[in-house]
Design a protein around this ligand. Sequence first.
Ligand code: C2O
Ligand code: CU
Length: 475
Amino acid sequence: MTSLSRRSILRGAAALGGATLLSRPTFADERLPVLRAAPTSAQLAPAGYPSTPVWAYATEATGTVPGPEIRLGAGERVRFQLVNGLPQATAVHWHGIRIENAMDGAAPLTQAPVPPGDTFDYDFVAPDPGTYWYHSHNRSTEQVARGLAGPLIVEDREPWLGEPGAATRELVLILDDWLLDSDARIIEDRWDDLHAASHGGRMGNTVTVNGAANPELDIQPGERVRLRIINTATDRIMPLSLPHLSPQLIALDGHPITPREVETLILGPAQRADVVIDGRVDGDTRAGLLLDPGNGDWLEIASFVHSGDSLPLRGADVRPLPAWGTLPVPDLSYPQTEMLLMEGGAMRGMREARFDGKTMGFRELAANGMVWAFNGAASQMDEPMFRAALGRMVRLEMTNRSMFPHAIHLHGHHFTVLSRSGAANMEGDVRDTVLVGADETVDIVFVADNPGQWMIHCHMLSHQKAGMMAWFEVA
Ligand code: C2O
Ligand code: CU
């Protein structure tokens, strides 16, 4: 069957409710549990609005937005057969997992995109505890914007919940940003919007928490809860605050940190934060999770509704999460130093860059959908940005010469943030995605201990698509 006829059959199947074609045994080898990506609908906008046609992951009959929670212990395997019920090729990336290269889902670098109707078996170990997520990694500007993202939670290696100073309960909060029209339909004609791509990216107009507009979350007065917050938006940087809830940060991008109080928290696309909150005990029954949409207003995107008996406060000292103990400690004495220069975008632009094997001027680049470059090259996929010998310490000096922040993500590795614009980052946070502000320099360091070809890109997916995409090789 040609992919064309397959596609038209799929369209027909989708019109009939989607499941017909894929339940045919020819397509599914049921060896692994199925993770199906397919069209469905979800009630994203407040009650009274129609539901929104979305693309969603499903482990059960119907897909959900966000996708079903995948939860396992550290060192256990994630095993799924991706079944593609979408009208486009797709692939699943397991964001932040220090995974084996062939399972990284980074199409087209680590696997071919899976055509409609086809399957792909993912089977890998998740070595480190923490808060992660999975999402489409093919045509992701469109596919993630349509809903293909879900939480992947790797539980702590030693008991933490319920221990002294720890939380008694946890809540996973998936934050997303949707561009909807007045009928709550996803606006579909702007995947290639170069104006948006050369600014902050394709911004939505509806922020959801766990797929709902301003959901109410129950909490007991005085209760200590661990929030696992994940920003799955394609492009929106989310400044967040949790007033009256004494938030303390305990992990970033899955990796534990020494607990510290936070007033506001900035999560770029793909970043995660684990935050401990204490339910209020002042008699007030509400508190909000607030987001600044970029104009200094703080909007409530979820609310914590207090009810029940007041619990004794667990005290100010938050118990740190158990350390990973799995990351090699960087030896800073003899690093391989590499540069990542970010250029392009509105208001600064770039005179020229290499694309598709030629040097092009600004106009020709834009005609090819490219408005950003890494080290003078837009979407350079034919050769690596750098190579590192297995086990080598790499120091990457990232300079943002544009007017916009970028969320730089390295596949297959976590890295230590050494400094920002020359000032040492005393906290030494370990992350997989870091925001680099306009005109800022961020130095990171990591041990290249995972062999393979690994993507490095901006996780503002509009920027990724418009040039901020490359890879490095560890061998
Ligand atoms: Cu969230 Cu290339 O990844
Ligand atoms: Cu960017």
